[in-house]
Design a protein around this ligand. Structure first.
Ligand SMILES: Nc1nc2c(c(=O)[nH]1)N[C@H]1C(S)=C(S)[C@@H](COP(=O)(O)OP(=O)(O)OC[C@H]3O[C@@H](n4cnc5c(N)ncnc54)[C@H](O)[C@@H]3O)O[C@H]1N2
Ligand code: MOO
Length: 399
């Protein structure tokens, strides 16, 4: 039996990161992956700027000033933020300036108004200051030619401010990846239609879709397909046309209508793994067709979800080169008893918070969906391990 890590590695070796990029408006760029290095084309600030409301001066002209011995300077102009007037600095003069306003050439410091008499025509300076005081030089924040963001950066809200400050309004980003979901099983019906005898509602596709869309992954196709070989082939091919990854659910076991293994083979898909050392979801199949990964999950909801979590986010992180798509793994201390000992490695649904992990009360069968409601992770339990309260366990948070 292959270990999950081997299966994953073998699957990743068959696919390539997606290099397609597109321009989007800055307002649509948050949470996208940057498709180019961003090099500043300008200085920030672009002009010498006052950091205080006060008076622009030449620092040397404040020499020796204090409250007992103020220095008097003539005011030769007034500048507000947004003004840009050149005002030569001749002898002992000052320019009234506001925070953010241009400091004209020749002036090298700003005395804040609290250290003056607030003069209008002339101003008394009560403090000696040095060059550069309350004065923001051109390029102090960002220098022209400086790389400020690297290709592959997951763009966050703070990056939007950085890009906007450089006047960038269109950003080259990596195309979102697309994953189609084919829910197989003649028993499945879509919620919203009256349930016929012998049928159940398709639940898995809705969890997977929501989970992916939250992370910016597009889901162009979600359909139900009955257990019919030709129809299944047709639908899988349709999925491959629209998506970078295909997920199928159901039909992977040994029942007479578990057709996925045959269908994949007849389509010419290269099987990478099945029956890995994991429960639930032992029958999960990973295969590749047309350079795209097909993840065939079991129809049991927890088995499907746990294996989706294990493989999908690593696959998505690799295709997008966005490591933030990987799941968070940590260790926690188990609070509850878990009675089963398994031959295989097992994913046990659980809830973790502040280093402690608890188990839901109801049945842990892979067909049971209801108690997943209260879970946020699974315990990754080694084969043959007995678990007791107080034991340290490996956990993987749900994305
Ligand atoms: N004789 C054996 N029977 C089974 C074995 C085995 O080794 N020998 N393995 C069991 C294990 S383990 C699993 S897991 C399941 C895997 O079954 P399939 O992947 O083939 O899934 P289905 O049979 O199609 O469905 C299983 C179960 O899940 C329900 N289902 C299917 N799709 C959905 C969906 N989209 N949303 C909600 N529920 C779904 C389906 O109705 C079945 O009840 O096989 C065991 N059997
Ligand atoms: O592998 Mo199955 O998911 O145990 O029920």
């Amino acid at each position: 039996m292959k270990e999950l890590e081997e299966c994953l590695e073998a699957l990743l070796a068959e696919v390539k990161p997606i290099e397609k990029t597109e321009y989007v408006a800055l307002t649509d760029a948050c949470d996208r992956i940057l498709g180019e290095d961003i090099v500043a084309q300008m200085m920030i600030p672009p002009y010498p700027k006052s950091a205080m409301d006060g008076y622009a001066v030449r620092a040397e002209n404040t020499s020796g000033a204090d409250r007992e011995h103020p220095v008097t300077l003539q005011i030769v102009g007034e500048l507000f933020a947004g003004d840009y007037t050149k005002i030569p600095c001749k002898g002992g003069c000052a320019v009234r300036v506001m925070t953010g306003s241009y400091v004209p050439e020749g002036y090298d410091a700003v005395i804040r108004q609290e250290d003056t008499d607030y003069g209008e025509k002339q101003v008394q300076i009560y403090r000696e200051i040095t060059a550069g005081t309350n004065y923001c030089c051109v390029g102090e924040d960002i220098r022209e030619g400086e790389q400020i963001l690297a290709r592959g950066t997951h763009l966050r809200a703070l990056h939007m401010g950085l890009l906007a400050s450089l006047g960038i309004y269109e950003v080259l980003v990596c195309e979102r990846i697309k994953c189609s979901i084919l829910s197989t099983g003649s028993e499945l019906m879509a919620p919203g239609t009256p349930l016929l005898p012998g049928k159940i509602y398709n639940s898995i596709a809705y969890m997977l879709r929501a989970s992916m869309e939250r992370q910016g992954i597009q889901v162009p196709f979600t359909e139900i397909c009955g257990d019919d070989k030709e129809l299944l082939k047709e639908k899988i091919q349709q999925c491959l046309k629209t998506a970078d990854i295909v997920i199928t659910t159901g039909g992977v076991s040994v029942g007479k209508k578990d057709l996925l293994p045959e269908v994949l083979e007849e389509l010419g898909a290269k099987k990478i793994f099945s029956h890995a050392n994991i429960q639930p979801g032992t029958p999960t199949i990973g295969s590749v067709l047309d350079g795209k990964a097909i993840l065939s999950l079991s129809g049991n909801p927890f088995a499907a979800y746990a294996n989706f979590e294990y493989y999908f986010w690593e696959l998505a992180a690799y295709l997008t080169q966005d490591a933030s798509l990987k799941v968070r793994r940590t260790q926690a201390v188990l609070s509850d008893p878990y009675p089963k000992v398994n031959k295989l490695r097992r994913f046990v649904r659980a809830y973790a918070e502040e280093g402690r992990v608890t188990l839901p009360t109801a049945v842990h069968a892979s067909s049971v969906l209801s108690n997943m409601r209260d879970c946020n992770c699974f315990i990754d339990m080694e084969p043959g391990r007995e678990l007791h309260p107080g034991d340290e366990v490996r956990i993987r948070y749900f994305k």
